[in-house]
Ligand binder design. Structure first.
Ligand code: NAP
Length: 361
């Protein structure tokens, strides 16, 4: 039986890594019917929007999707398509494993972490008011009226909503994952010493959920700045991390750096009704069209997708093939070579071919 999966190739390096991933998944023998929908820059060119309604409709229908990265203009232009997808499909749990793979240029070989990042709230909620706008002016007047702390009149404002509902479900997801996957500890990361209400609510709600799992999974809370230092020095002390949206974004890139860079960091966005898999990295526009970047992050995202749809044997074989190619170190991209300018580095598609070759043996 085949499974229909929405494929959103994205832009920048997205289409290249998506093609490489598609080849590898097809080489596992699992029959996937790919339903491809153009998003990002090519969709702006053809349809005037980076996120055409067919994209959301296709993911809602198929309930499983995989995407390449999509560029977001900095400080201007349209809102992040990635954030919109996660919010509109209520993909509340962003799951990002960071595990050492032999042969990578990892800073630390003892890392084996899974990050659960809340995906719908926090400073990513998109509630923002520009400096000088009427709305910002009204909000500043109200704040200055009701709060002892004063806001400067020329401020821009971003709102940080964190709800008990949103906190409860992401922490529960992290604990359920820990139980199902034999993980020993969940560490909740926050800045509740400063943001006593928003991060305080995230922490208190987390503590309540943790009490339900007492005796099964250990629990601790760690302040985010300390956590960054701990992760660099002693990542082996940590197992499953659960964080609000913004800290989750930053800490997951830090962990990707520990295990060898963004080229090998996979991710999933999971909701009650759909799941969307994607690499942690962005669209790296400077490398677009060069057949240069590492396809591993997208291929390992597909490994997560295969597990999600119940194709566990294919997932295991594909993961093993990726690890074998990286360990051997011959058919790998520039970022996996000791010297980034090593002329023996292969391209995106050639690395994918080497992985397919292992699968076919
Ligand atoms: P980026 O695209 O992730 O690239 C940052 C650096 O990470 C690259 O210059 C490269 O480092 C390395 N890298 C990324 N992907 C790689 C790969 N597959 N193989 C090897 N190395 C890789 O981050 P950015 O430049 O900050 O963001 C570019 C755009 O992507 C922005 O518009 C941003 O908003 C967007 N973005 C999208 C998503 C998403 O679609 N989910 C996520 C993050 C960012 P070296 O230069 O050292 O080789």
């Amino acid at each position: 039986m085949s499974c229909r999966v929405t494929l959103l190739p994205g832009d920048g390096i997205g289409p290249e890594v998506a093609r490489a991933m598609q080849k590898c998944v097809d080489a596992t023998g699992v029959r996937i019917e790919w339903e491809e929908v153009v998003v990002g820059a090519p969709a702006i060119a053809s349809q005037g929007t980076p996120l055409p309604p067919e994209a959301i409709a296709s993911v809602k229908k198929n309930r499983v999707a995989i995407k390449g990265p999509i560029e977001t203009p900095i400080g201007k232009g349209f809102r992040s398509v990635n954030v919109q997808l996660r919010q509109e499909l209520d993909l509340y749990a962003c799951v990002r494993p960071a595990r050492y793979i032999e042969g990578t240029r990892a800073v630390n070989t003892k890392v084996d972490l899974v990050i659960f990042r809340e995906n719908t709230e926090d400073l990513y909620a998109g509630v923002e008011f520009d400096t000088g706008s009427v709305e910002a002016g009204r909000l500043i007047s109200l704040i200055n009226e009701i709060s002892p702390k004063k806001v400067r009149p020329d401020s821009a404002i971003s709102i940080k909503p964190i709800s008990a509902f949103g906190s409860e479900r992401i922490v529960r997801k992290a604990f359920e994952y820990a139980v199902q996957n034999g993980r020993r500890k969940v560490s909740l990361v926050h800045k509740a010493n400063i943001m006593k209400f928003t991060d305080g609510l995230f922490l208190r709600t987390g503590q309540q959920v943790a009490a339900e799992f007492a005796g099964k999974v250990e629990f601790e809370d760690v302040i985010v700045d300390n956590m960054c230092m701990q992760l660099v020095q002693k990542p082996e002390l940590y197992d499953v991390l659960v964080l609000p949206n913004l800290y989750g974004d930053i800490v997951s890139d830090l962990c990707a750096g520990l295990v060898g860079g963004l080229g090998i960091a996979p991710g999933a966005n999971i909701g009650a009704h759909a799941a969307l898999f994607e690499p942690v990295h962005g669209s790296a526009p400077k490398y677009a069209g060069l057949n240069k970047v590492n396809p591993t992050a997208t291929i390992l995202s597909a490994v997560m997708m295969l597990r999600h749809i119940g194709e566990t044997d294919a997932a295991r074989r594909l993961e093993q093939a990726v690890c074998d190619v990286i360990r051997e170190g011959r058919n790998v991209t520039y970022d996996l070579k000791a010297d980034r300018n090593d002329p023996t580095a292969v391209g995106t598609q050639e690395m994918a071919e080497a992985i397919c070759h292992k699968l076919r043996k």
